[in-house]
Unconditional design. Structure first.
Ligand code: FAD
Length: 505
């Protein structure tokens, strides 16, 4: 059915049980759960099909869930005997998941939401699998080969099949197969609200405005990361200059629509997930590059700012536990940029994203030659910093990237705590980065049914929310792979509750 036909059909019969705003992972999980509970469901996607799927489509599909080892993993991923023999997947217990979440969010994460996130993670990936979503081991990004065996690290060992593209493709298929309707290029602009209950949404499609009535609306329209004005207002001065890693369509619509009818805000409104991102990347994400503008191998090297100084402990922890907060550190540096530097001891271990064509990279055979090629950087100070760093490396402790190896520096005011290697095997490689924002942490407050609550903390009848626009889970930092997991869990929760409420099931 063409887009226009879909619109006409929908307009001739505009009565749905549940309307879901957005077509990313949280939205599809909500739609599938509502449908499973007997609801007639419509999904509204603001983007055209070529750009549909939100940030979820830009991901590599890394998904964090608690598991007790192989027996649990085999309920999610098909593994051959050979794969089992060649890998050490380890375990990631609910206790470890809690520890990571609370440690990284400085114990601010909402207790009710975090309990759901951790305890429902395994059952939710299993549920996704029943809907036709496929998963695979994350060999490329989350494992290092140690003694011939893949050793997974960082609490993450599984990704969605085909990454974000594969996830959205299979979720779209699963929705359509179950009779869920999807309307693209259709933006929700207002909630239909009579001061007691939400009755649907007003939408805009190709310049035309219409009301769509529904017994429940689920907002899954992402955060406000693609809205420069809101970024600056809430995250602070300078954030209008950050590059957006993902979709250009997450401009805070869902949050704003809900706040305008009295919804309660929640969470770390001045916080966000932001990473090191190629300094010449475009203003918004580019699906042909996906997440490959990111430069996540900094734990293997050092980073210098424009003053020629290091500014973070590159080896403070596994990449999964530092990358989401280091974007802000880069934004705070002079010129909002930095260079990552590696030598040949580690270049073969750099992630695939370092080998793309659209990369800001310089190489040199000596450190003296390298520092003058680092555009925008004070070369003399840079050389001094690199030499002082080389002198401080504890070479007696063996290097092992699969564990926190404790091979650090001694005597530096700003240490590098793990994976410190001297820079002395040319050619040297340096990569220019700036801050890329992924998603915002502040959002709406939901209750234990996924319903949006008002400022009296009472559920707003007929209104639910899931995904990035739910506040309260993440503060300051974020454990990698949790965005997809939380979208799935709270999408399923909201869809299940909305479906059951409207169908009486
Ligand atoms: C480059 C990149 C890599 C990432 N990698 C990972 C990873 O590996 N693992 C992980 O867990 N997380 C990752 N994340 C984070 C993850 O993408 C998000 O946390 C998660 O996908 C959010 O899901 P969502 O459904 O809430 O939002 P989205 O997937 O962004 O979906 C929001 C949807 O709402 C639509 N929309 C917005 N406004 C309206 C409106 N008014 N009307 C109708 N539709 C509207 C958008 O078009 C979009 O379809 C990554 C993010 C990026 C950008």
């Amino acid at each position: 059915m063409g887009l226009h036909d879909a619109w006409e059909k929908m307009m001739s019969d505009p009565e749905y049980d549940v309307v879901v705003v957005g077509a990313g992972n949280a939205a599809f999980c909500a739609a599938l759960a509502a449908q499973e509970n007997g609801a007639r469901v419509l999904v509204l996607e603001r983007a055209p099909t070529e750009e549909a799927g939100g940030n979820s489509r830009y991901t590599a599909g890394a998904i964090r869930f608690a598991h007790e080892g192989l027996d649990d993993l085999k309920t999610v991923v098909d593994l051959t005997d050979e794969e089992i023999g060649n890998a050490d997947f380890g375990t990631y217990t609910t206790d470890q998941f809690y520890d990571d979440l609370f440690r990284l969010t400085q114990f601010r994460s909402d207790p009710e939401l975090s309990e759901m996130l951790v305890t429902k993670s395994l059952e939710t990936v299993q549920w996704m699998r029943t809907k036709g979503i496929k998963f695979q081991p994350s060999y490329g990004r989350q494992a290092f080969k140690v003694d011939g065996k893949f050793k997974f690290w960082g609490g993450l060992c599984v990704e969605t099949w085909g990454g974000g593209e594969g996830l959205i493709e299979l979720e779209t298929k699963a929705a359509l197969e179950r009779g869920i309707e999807i309307l693209y290029e259709t933006r929700a602009i207002l909630l239909l609200y009579d001061h007691e209950k939400v009755h649907g949404v007003t939408v805009k499609h190709k310049g035309k405005v219409r009301d769509i009535h529904a017994k429940a609306v689920i907002l899954a329209a992402g955060g406000f990361e693609s809205n420069a004005e809101m970024r600056t207002r809430y995250l602070g001065p300078g954030w209008e200059m950050a590059k957006v890693r993902g979709t250009r369509f997450n401009t805070g619509d869902g949050i704003n629509m809900a706040l305008s009818i009295g919804a309660m805000s929640h969470g770390n409104w001045s916080g966000c997930h932001a990473v090191g991102w190629d300094m010449n990347a475009p203003e918004f994400g580019d699906l042909s590059v996906g997440d490959n503008f990111q430069k996540h191998s900094y734990p293997l090297g050092v980073m210098l700012n424009a003053d020629g100084e290091r500014f973070v402990d590159e080896g403070a922890d596994f990449r999964n536990y530092t990358y989401a907060k280091y974007g802000r550190e880069i934004l705070n540096q002079p010129g909002m940029m930095a260079w990552q530097i590696f030598d040949q001891k580690v270049t073969d271990r750099l992630r695939d994203e370092y080998r793309i064509r659209r990369v800001t990279k310089v190489t040199a055979n000596t450190l003296e030659e390298l520092v003058v090629k680092l555009e925008g950087v004070d070369p003399d100070k840079a050389l001094e910093t690199l030499k002082a760093y080389n002198d401080a490396v504890d070479t007696a402790t063996p290097f092992n990237p699969a564990v926190l190896d404790g091979r650090g520096t001694t005597g530096l005011a700003l240490p590098k705590s793990n994976w410190a290697n001297t820079l002395d095997e040319p050619p040297y490689e340096a990569y220019g980065i700036t801050c890329g924002i992924t998603f915002t942490f502040g959002g709406l407050r939901i209750d234990a049914n996924g319903a949006v609550v008002d400022t009296e903390q009472m559920p707003i009848p007929g209104l639910y929310a899931a995904g990035e626009l739910v506040g309260g889970l993440f503060y300051f930092n974020y454990p990698g792979g949790t965005g997809l997991m939380s979208g799935a869990i709270f999408g399923k929760l909201a869809g299940g509750a909305a479906g059951a409420a409207v169908t009486g099931s």
